[in-house]
Design a binder for this molecule. Structure first.
Ligand code: 5AD
Ligand code: SF4
Length: 488
């Protein structure tokens, strides 16, 4: 286990080991020497900033990057005026790419002020050859570029970049490797994401993820359970199991396991209070999973179930492999079996060929399912995906109009759903002191709704009963009800 390793005892005069993670420990030890030379020269240790774009998977990857940087001796900072800045990028929609390009100019200015500064880019956007071409041509101030498949080699790549003049690029097309036991620096002491699988095999026709994250690979259940047990021993009370399609977890393992079986094992971990997971593909959501959720004391009352479109015709074009009716039936079944569950979703407007009638079908599903929250996206053409080659792209005015109608409806149903619990007492995990009012803390209910309540930092990480006094649209103002045993 990495936190039991004395990195200064690793003999860096020897050749690097072939085996992982020993090889990465060796390069971490090497980088530590570089950092101590920096510290001596400058009279201070170097500062590192990891900036995350995109989803929870990327957020978790960033914690791994920061874990490695800290072992190496960097001091974490939120400021990009640092000695090392790495952007962990997203490419699911084009605006994610544009944001990165926009901010790189700023980084270049910082680098001109601090010539010791090093800049790195990694993540999904780097898996696109056109992006690499553009970076090589117009962003020569970047020191290190790597992709999603070799992130576990960060220490080795960082060392190589110390030794390299100019831009070092290492992008892999694919990998079947999963390296365990690398350092991680969690953003929150009391909750953590856990990767249970990597990649995606679904190839929804609009989506670039299968191309940039590769084929689906599940971690061994025992590795996942071991990681959670360690996290719990370290103070974690809530875990979020992460995968692009958690419902197909374990299908490709040598000894296949279902996601529901994994959840049953996670539930048994003593001291763990809450389990969340993300994302569920409707086509793979099993009866067994509904049953496990229903019986569970720990699985949160929240299911994220991306719809994408309510039109069966568009769903087919999207290669989603369910119909409007199948989705509705599933959502109804879940609401029937687990009445207090919150269902949230993702919806795309403006997929090629989408007509106003197709949008009506989507609005119909939103009205019927009454989502507790929905993330709505304007379709973004991603080079290399089947949808990008479709000719009947929707005119922007039509997309905008449809998007606005959808957003309005989604907000109405979400408000109604959230307001249902007014006056009730529910448990909230207190996550932070309120950003705009320091006399309040902010907590999250099992169903993912946010509640603000009077309290101080001593409540952070605790699960407390909260009276949900006033509903303000998407969140509550409440107060903590302490029982005789104290806050828990
Ligand atoms: N355009 C718009 N939205 C997209 N998503 C994925 N690919 C695209 C795209 N090309 C959305 C889907 C997915 C969420 C993470 O991002 O709704 O569920
Ligand atoms: Fe993309 Fe579909 Fe895979 Fe989700 S399930 S990552 S939308 S291809």
């Amino acid at each position: 286990m990495y936190n039991e390793i004395d990195f200064d005892k690793i003999d860096i005069a020897l050749c690097p080991p072939i085996e992982e993670p020993a090889r990465q420990y060796y390069f971490m030890a090497k980088c530590r020497k570089w950092v101590s030379a920096f510290t001596q020269k400058n009279g201070r240790p170097p500062k590192a900033c990891v900036t995350t774009f995109g989803c929870q998977m990327n957020a978790r990857d960033s914690e791994k990057l920061m874990g490695i940087l800290e072992v190496i001796g960097y001091v974490p900072t939120d400021s990009e005026q640092a000695d090392f800045v790495i952007y962990n990028t997203c490419t699911v929609r084009d605006n994610a790419n544009q944001r990165v390009y926009g901010r790189l100019g700023e980084l270049n200015r910082y680098k001109k002020q601090n010539p010791q500064m090093r800049i790195a880019l990694c993540g999904c956007m780097m898996q696109e050859p056109t992006v690499i071409e553009k970076l090589k041509k117009s962003y020569s101030f970047i020191d290190l570029i790597f992709g999603t498949h070799n992130i576990y080699k960060f220490a080795e790549l960082l060392w190589a970049s110390f030794e390299t003049e100019g831009m070092l690029i290492d992008i892999w097309g694919e990998t079947d490797k999963i390296v365990e036991d690398l350092p991680v620096e969690r953003k929150y002491p009391f909750k953590s994401g856990i990767n249970i699988m990597f990649g995606c095999n679904n190839f929804c026709s609009y989506c670039i993820v299968p191309y940039v994250r590769g084929r689906e690979r599940s971690r061994q259940p025992r590795e996942i359970l071991r990681e959670i047990e360690r996290l719990v021993a370290d103070g974690v009370v809530e875990v979020m199991l992460l995968g692009q399609n958690v419902n197909s977890y374990g299908k490709n393992l040598k000894e296949p396991v279902t996601f529901a079986q994994l959840l049953r094992e996670v539930e048994k971990i003593e001291g763990l209070r809450r389990i969340r997971f993300m994302t569920s593909h409707p086509k793979d959501l099993s009866e067994e999973l509904i049953e496990v959720m229903k019986q569970s004391k720990k699985i949160c009352r929240h299911l994220h179930l991306p719809l994408q479109s309510g039109s069966t015709r568009i769903l087919q074009q999207m290669n989603r492999r369910y119909t409007k009716e199948q989705y509705l039936e599933l959502a109804e079944r879940i609401r029937r079996e687990i009445p207090d569950i919150a269902i949230t979703t993702d919806i795309i407007v403006g997929f090629p060929g989408e007509t106003p009638e197709d949008l009506e079908e989507t609005l119909d599903v939103v009205r019927r399912v009454k989502y507790d929250n929905a993330f709505t996206f304007i379709y973004s053409k991603r080079t290399g995906t089947p949808a990008a080659a479709m000719e009947n792209q929707v005119p922007p005015e039509q997309v905008k109009e449809g998007f606005d109608r959808l957003l309005k409806l989604v907000q109405e149903t979400a408000r109604e759903q959230v307001a249902k619990y007014q006056g009730q007492v529910m448990e909230a995990l207190i996550e932070e002191v309120n950003e705009s009012d320091a006399s309040l803390v902010t907590g999250r209910l099992s169903n993912n709704t946010i509640v603000h309540l009077p309290g101080d930092a001593s409540l952070i990480g605790k699960i407390v009963p909260v009276s949900l006094d006033e509903c303000h649209g998407f969140y509550y103002i409440g107060h903590c009800i302490l029982d005789e045993t104290g806050a828990e």
